[in-house]
Design a protein around this ligand. Structure first.
Ligand code: CDT
Length: 316
């Protein structure tokens, strides 16, 4: 008999600077209940789900940033109601937040996601590895993308966990543009990849039609799910946050590369699908039977070289 898990993506509309963690948590609890009413047992919430997408703002003072946006503990008094409600409903969830920790006597800040079991305990933690944007203030730009200022590169690698009778891995936002991240999860047997995102509708680096940005989001999601034979749940925080727009298009993608469900708004919205976790079995036994077909001896450059170098062959 094949395994099924009813999964949901709980998209958040905008969170403004004036919004509190308490009000964000109340919205997350409402979405959790909605997902439960739809029959879902696992819910994926967005990246940095308790605050506005603050890397768009320059703050010189770390203490202010810590107080406004970073979580010193998870859960905290303000975020605890989400954990309590999930435990009451017997639901697992993924959620992203700005994590401030002291490790070996040093303050460290990460863009983090956790996987929480239906009993409220934390099964896994992932700290974002691909940090987009810049670290210096660009006062001329319409907004900032300061992930390289506010966060360190994650130090926990790409991992998967036994979770709700599946093998589940986590990624965060920009990771979805990098095939290497998914492949490392797939090589550990990932059956589900959960990912939250905040993607500005406008490209800071060069002019790009907003529709093309959505297109890139969709084609990467479909390709990554198929090429790695995993279910993929990608959840947006979106809409106009204090006037800065981010797109929605939260997704549940099957291992076949088909979009099983997609959000239609840029507001709080739940989408849900009863995922057949074993749908990937044929792909994993055949087309993407890694053991039979991968040729890592020819992939060495992937780990030996970071940036592209023009190195044409002298041989015909
Ligand atoms: N949050 C995050 O990582 N956002 C980035 C924006 C980069 S613009 C190409 C993303 O990849 O969606």
């Amino acid at each position: 008999m094949s395994r099924h898990l009813k999964v949901a993506s709980a998209q958040l509309g905008p969170l403004h600077l004036a919004d509190t963690r308490t009000s964000a948590t109340a919205r997350l609890v409402k979405l959790l209940r909605e997902a439960h009413a739809m029959g879902a047992r696992f819910v994926v919430f967005p990246e940095l789900a308790f605050t506005t997408f603050f890397p768009r703002y320059w703050y010189a003072d770390d203490t202010e940033v810590d107080q406004r946006f970073f979580e010193f503990t998870m859960p905290s008094a303000e975020t605890q109601p989400l954990f309590d409600e999930a435990r009451k409903l017997g639901m697992g969830f993924y959620i992203g937040y700005a994590e401030r920790v002291v490790e070996q006597g040093r303050v460290r800040r990460f863009n983090t996601a956790i996987l929480v079991r239906p009993d409220g305990t934390i099964a896994g933690r992932y700290r974002k590895i691909h940090l987009p944007g810049h670290s210096e203030h660009r006062p001329q730009a319409p907004f900032q993308h300061l992930e390289k200022k506010y966060f360190e590169v994650g130090n926990l690698g790409f991992r998967v966990w036994r979770y709700m009778d599946t093998i589940t891995g986590m990624l965060i936002c920009n990771d979805r543009r990098w095939p290497e991240a998914y492949r490392v999860l797939a090589l550990q047997g990932a059956e589900i990849v959960a990912l939250g995102f905040n993607t500005p509708s406008e490209n800071l680096a060069f002019p790009e039609p907003p529709a093309l940005r959505v297109h890139h989001h969709l084609i990467t999601a479909q390709a990554m799910a198929y090429q790695n034979a995993t279910w993929l749940i990608e959840t947006a925080k979106c809409g106009f946050e204090d006037g800065y727009r981010m797109f929605g298009h939260s997704l549940i993608v099957a291992p076949t590369g088909e979009i099983a469900a997609k959000s239609v708004s840029e507001e709080d919205e739940v989408i849900c699908f009863n995922a057949d976790i074993d749908l990937a079995a044929d792909l994993k036994r055949n087309t993407f039977n890694f053991a039979a077909h991968r040729r890592p001896e020819h992939y060495r450059l992937i780990v030996e070289r970071t940036g592209a170098e023009v190195t044409p062959s002298d041989e015909p």
